[in-house]
Design a protein around this ligand. Structure first.
Ligand code: FAD
Length: 324
């Protein structure tokens, strides 16, 4: 038996989550004495392939087909399940990403496997029962799940498991899956990336701002702060609803869920619907002029004050620190 880990790429470059998944899968492989095999669908560049071995996985199955250049949920799910059966994998690990969330239930159904979506821990395994922690109720609780099946599909929450280098030599083989016409009834014709900056779901640092910024003309300082920190930018729902920022930046219950190492919330009140998408961030810094703002209750660090005074000072302080 083995473990299959499906890694995602963007235009041929592996996503950051891929390395977290490889490290996570390798750790489960060591725990359960199983081989780990990575699966990539679509062309991937040579430096990304080399990194698969760097992160401790010895075998890559590579699938290339013109029909698979864009992500097609049904087809990718069929292929991942087919490869899992082909290699005799009892565990399939994928990212709890936008694509992964769509794939996981389909794969689990095809394999007759149990599903843990949004895992945040390694399993403990006792008498073939796997116990895994996952987030629940929009990150407000942690669920302790028990899997009593012989097959399982696990989606790993991004940023919940640190990628670690552990070089091994990699072998690669290609695989020709069955492509069923019925799996291609819904096709994505073109993808226009919202930004070429740091991708929000993958970002280690997120600088996020809300209605306290008063208007879109004030986002220059947010962009600048994000740029010097190498961070992605995000916003609250009313900000994207008002068209001040693109909808792709909206985080929260009805937007993207993120869990960066550092989340800086500027002029955001901290409504429960916003917190639902950001509260699993490792460190939360809140900047708000209202000391009673609910966000301070979940903050690791808080600054009470006017963002229009604090942010320029923060930018200058970081620049000085970097120059020294
Ligand atoms: P406000 O609540 O107006 O807060 C602005 C904050 O800025 C205040 O705390 C104020 O003290 C501070 N401020 C003002 N001026 C300054 C200054 N100069 N310097 C520093 N601070 C200042 N919201 C989301 O964000 N994401 C979601 O996914 C989401 N989903 C929702 C789903 C539903 C079903 C519902 C009903 C609501 C949802 N909301 C969501 C909306 C949510 O309830 C809040 O209304 C929203 O998060 C508030 O956005 P805000 O904090 O930017 O604005």
């Amino acid at each position: 038996m083995s473990i299959l880990v499906y890694i995602e790429n963007i235009d041929g470059t592996l996503k950051k989550s891929a390395f977290e998944l490889l490290t996570y899968a390798r750790a489960i492989g060591e725990l359960t004495q199983q081989d780990v095999i990575a699966l990539n669908i679509g062309t991937v560049d040579a430096s990304s392939v080399n990194k698969i071995g760097e992160y401790g996985v010895e075998k890559l199955i590579q699938i290339d087909s013109e029909k698979l250049t864009q992500f097609v949920n049904q087809a990718y799910a069929s292929i991942i399940a087919e490869v899992a059966q082909h290699i005799g994998a009892n565990t399939v690990i994928i990212a709890n990403s936008f694509n992964g969330k769509g794939l996981a239930p389909r794969i689990a159904t095809k394999l007759g496997a149990a599903l843990v979506d949004g895992a945040i821990s390694l399993p403990t395994v006792e008498n073939d029962v796997w116990k895994i922690k996952k987030t629940a109720f929009s990150n407000k609780a942690i669920a302790h799940t028990e899997l009593h099946t012989s097959k399982r599909v696990i989606t790993l929450t991004p940023n919940s498991f640190e990628a670690k280098v552990n070089p091994v030599s990699l072998t690669m083989e290609t695989y020709d899956p069955k492509l069923v016409d019925g799996d291609f009834s819904t096709l994505i014709k073109n993808i226009v990336r919202a930004t070429d900056k740091v991708a929000l779901p993958d970002a280690d640092i997120v600088v996020s701002a809300g209605r306290g910024l008063k208007g879109p003309e004030n986002w220059g300082m947010i962009e600048e702060l994000a740029a010097i920190l190498g961070a992605a930018t995000a916003c609250s729902k009313p900000v994207s609803d008002a068209g001040w920022r693109p909808h792709s930046e909206h985080v929260g219950q009805t937007g993207l869920a993120v869990s960066p190492k550092l989340y800086i919330a500027i002029g955001i009140s901290g409504a429960i619907q916003h917190l639902a998408g950001v509260s699993s961030s490792k460190t939360i810094v809140v900047i708000n002029k209202d000391p009673e703002a609910p966000f301070f209750k979940v903050a690791d660090y808080g600054i009470v004050g006017d963002a229009f005074e604090i942010i320029p000072q923060l930018i200058e302080a970081i620049k000085t620190y970097k120059n020294n």
